[in-house]
Design a protein around this ligand. Structure first.
Ligand code: COA
Length: 563
């Protein structure tokens, strides 16, 4: 676990360093504030920032095109007492231009804002779409244009959209402030135009300066493209906080802040840190590193992990004597009442049934769910198939898919195959999905996958041989002289090489950092950060408790349970 955590820390250090020391120096020379300082100033003093997708872009492109943090910082924080989604370009990373992963990260932030009904604040300082990768960022449904579509549709649902232009904002990017409910534009540095001065000159021959074309004076006095004129960056941030202060506070947020959820309220207000409240777990978070499942062949008692995370380590277990490979129960997290579904071994027919039953209870009671994954898969083999594992597993998947309240997923170990589905993997729309650095996410383990692939390849080779009318015999190579014997040995060596090649590939592709670089989750967190991160995530999720209503369903809304 120490090795995994060191790997994570190194990746995080790289992500937060943005475009590197030279780019930071240049920023300083230009009198601009670094992106993270801008966010710090924006947030209520002392309140936490739940940063998302921090490792996006990690080792994704060539070193020359390294996009630290995906070139954009996103996360949830308190601004003027409201929980908001903050999306901020980092101009030190390739001029803030949008790589494919930047677009994906921004769209994910908007999706989270939409699902949880969080006002959006965009700190704009960007060269817009990456012109050398236009086919990967421009034409498709979930490409650049979707950003503005989302702004319009969120605004139509009453989710405020506020843009602050602190640097460049050219061409497509100009629609960020233009589509916002309110836009703040910085004197001197901020500029909004559909085409910059060089393009204007090329297109029409008109020679015009940057400020005269699209500066704060033009847009706040003449065009009306922006609403508030900022003298400097700090003033721009102050104007933004003022704009947010005029948004009515969501009633469910008031609930979060009332006495029922004292720990979350104090956490949000920065008046206490997790680790000093009355609700704290009885077991210290330090022991989680020893409990983290790193070797999936060894069983892990998930209740011990839960005891380090849940309020007062209390877990009221449901059906503790039945389907024991899935631990289900009622608990509190920083004061929030939640249901917990946690793997305690391979999924069997009875544990899948128990999970589906428990999820229905939580649906009836309006309890949000926490899924804790450490799952190598559903049980395979004659006994399991004859017992109907497929239909029982399907019940769990149905219950998870149609659950009408917020779901959160944390992967603490393995997340393989259909187990990932039954336990609310990415495709099942958890409001947030976080992983521990030791987590492995793949269709199956590398060793098993290599075995299956080699079996399939062997069978295909056999079929080809038979189609060529060559009688095949497994004995043949060894009985036909020395030369063929050598072939057999070579073949065996090749098989071994292929086996380890497949295993290496699976090892790389299933790592938590690899997954996070591609935004298959919302971040890799350490065991010690878990309680705080999950508490903040639940606080955000409870801004909009009704999940399925968003899709127009009415309760109860389950599909047919195959009996
Ligand atoms: N597409 C691809 N790469 C871009 C880019 C874009 N839209 N905008 C900036 N970059 C790259 C630059 O090529 C440079 O790469 P390098 O470090 O590998 O040399 C890096 O980002 C930094 O750009 P630079 O121009 O040196 O930074 P700057 O701070 O002086 O200026 C901008 C930033 C955004 C004002 C300027 O780069 C610019 O005008 N970009 C193009 C804007 C545009 O017309 N966009 C159209 C989008 S639809």
């Amino acid at each position: 676990m120490a090795v995994y955590i060191e790997e994570l820390n190194a990746a995080v250090r790289k992500a937060v360093s943005g475009g590197g020391p030279e780019a930071q120096k240049r920023l300083f020379r230009e009198g601009k504030l670094p992106v993270r300082t801008r966010i710090d100033l924006l947030l209520d003093r002392g309140s936490p920032f739940l940063e998302l997708s921090q490792l996006a872009g990690h080792e994704l492109y060539t070193p020359r095109d390294d996009v630290a943090c995906g070139g954009i910082v996103t996360g949830i924080g308190l601004v003027s007492g409201r929980m908001c989604m903050v999306v901020a370009n980092d101009p030190t990373v390739k001029g803030g231009a949008y790589f494919p992963i930047t677009v994906k990260k921004r769209l994910r932030a908007q999706e989270i804002a939409n699902e949880n009904q969080l006002p959006c604040i965009y700190l704009v300082d960007s060269g817009g779409a990456n012109l050398s990768r236009q086919d990967e960022v421009f034409p498709d449904k979930l490409h650049f244009g979707r950003i503005f579509f989302n702004q319009a549709t969120m605004s139509s649902q009453g989710i405020p959209q506020i843009a602050v232009v602190l640097g460049s904002c050219t061409a497509g990017g100009a629609y960020v402030p233009a589509m916002a409910d309110e836009a703040i534009l910085l004197k001197g540095r901020g500029a909004i135009f559909l085409a910059g001065p060089p393009l204007v000159k090329a297109a029409t021959g008109e020679v015009i300066g940057r400020d005269e074309l699209g500066g704060a004076g033009v847009h706040c006095r003449i065009s009306g493209v922006a609403d508030h004129y900022a003298e400097d960056e700090r003033h721009a941030i102050e104007l933004t906080r003022r704009a947010v202060a005029s948004i009515p506070v969501h009633s469910s947020f008031q609930n979060v802040c009332d006495s029922q959820c004292t720990s979350v309220a104090s956490l949000l207000r920065g008046s206490s840190s997790v680790g000093s409240g009355v609700n704290d777990p009885l077991l210290p978070p330090d022991i989680l590193n020893d409990l983290a499942p790193c070797n999936f062949r060894q069983p892990t008692d998930i209740r011990r992990i839960l005891a380090c995370i849940l309020d007062r380590s209390a877990f009221a277990e449901f059906k503790p004597l039945y389907g024991t490979t899935l631990a289900c129960g009622f608990a509190h997290l920083s004061g929030f009442p939640i249901g917990v579904v946690a793997n305690n071994g391979v999924l069997l027919p009875d544990s899948a049934l128990k999970g589906a039953h428990f999820i229905q209870i939580c649906a009836q009671r309006g309890l949000p769910l926490l899924f804790m994954q450490n799952i190598t898969g559903f049980m395979v083999g004659r006994a399991a198939e004859h017992a109907g594992i497929a239909k029982h597993g399907a019940k769990l998947v149905t219950a998870v898919s149609c659950f009408p309240w917020p779901k959160l997923t944390l992967i603490v170990g393995a997340s393989f195959g259909a187990g990932n589905y039954g336990m609310c993997g990415r495709a099942y729309d958890p409001r947030f999905l976080f992983t521990w650095p030791n987590a492995k996410i793949a269709v199956m383990g590398g060793q098993q996958a290599a075995g299956v692939l080699l079996d399939i390849e062997g069978a295909a080779a056999l079929k080809r041989q038979q189609n060529n009318n060559q009688p095949w015999s497994s004995e043949a190579p060894r009985t036909q002289g020395k030369k063929v014997d050598r072939n057999a040995v070579q073949q065996e060596q090749q098989m071994k090489m292929k086996q380890s090649e497949y295993e290496r590939m699976y090892d790389l592709q299933s790592s938590a950092i690899y997954a996070s670089a591609r935004i298959w989750d919302d971040g890799v967190i350490t065991p010690q950060q878990t309680r705080k991160v999950l508490s903040l995530a639940f606080a955000a999720a409870m801004q909009n408790p009704k999940t399925l209503m968003r899709h127009g369903y009415t309760n109860p809304a389950y599909g047919i349970f195959r009996m």
